[in-house]
Design a protein around this ligand. Structure first.
Ligand code: SF4
Length: 202
């Protein structure tokens, strides 16, 4: 019990140190206009890591990822599939807001990548949900369009990676909502299969 407590305490301290490194980072041009460095939401250790593109205006203002309309849609879908805040860790390819909500440039994603790698190693997920074409491209280094790869599992080095649509895209084109719903269902089933979450009782 004491050992678990010490371990949790170490993990929290390690993560807090990582967050402070991120907050000081000025490695790319996105540092110039940010209000906040947007690092994470959810649990510091989680079986599921959800990765989006970059912070939008509300995320930049609050310093928390996926708190705008896209985040609300995502939360609704996660809740519907009984994936709780304790079960996931949400972050983005870049931690500072690209101006005008444009996609991050390759050099910005590249500069931010060591932080994402460090975050990944702290969170230690087994399942990764990549939301949107930009997250897919920068995470996998593959330029294939998201419509071609969405919903298809990639198994790599013991990780299960699922590309899907970004909720912001689904809000613009509600016909895609069912695809995102199906992909989150697939993530939930995978977490159960891997015995990382209990089976869903339907
Ligand atoms: S986007 Fe990433 S690399 Fe660029 S300044 Fe922010 S934290 Fe640093």
């Amino acid at each position: 019990m004491t050992q678990d407590f010490d371990h949790d305490e170490d993990a929290r301290e390690g993560f807090q140190h990582f967050v402070s490194v991120c907050q000081r980072c000025r490695a790319c041009d996105l540092a110039a206009n940010r209000q906040n460095v947007v690092v994470w939401r959810g649990n510091i250790k989680a079986p599921l890591m959800i990765i989006g593109e970059g912070p939008g205006a509300e995320e930049d203002e609050q310093g928390i990822p996926f708190v705008g309309r896209s985040g609300q849609l995502l939360d609704q879908l996660l809740t519907a599939w009984e994936i709780r805040e304790d079960d996931f860790h949400i972050c983005n390819i870049v931690k500072c807001r690209p101006p005008g909500n444009r996609a991050p440039k390759p050099e910005e994603a590249e500069k931010c990548r060591p932080l994402l790698t460090r975050q990944f190693n702290l969170v230690r997920p087994r399942v990764i949900l990549l939301m949107g074409g930009t997250a897919y491209k920068y995470f996998t280094h593959d330029d294939t369009g998201i419509t071609k790869v969405r919903g298809r599992w990639i198994q790599k080095a013991g990780y299960w990676i699922l590309p899907t649509f970004h909720p912001a895209y689904v809000l613009r084109d509600p016909r895609r909502k069912n695809d995102l719903w199906q992909d989150i269902a697939a993530v939930r089933r995978k977490l159960s299969e891997l015995k990382l979450l209990p089976e869903l009782i339907t």
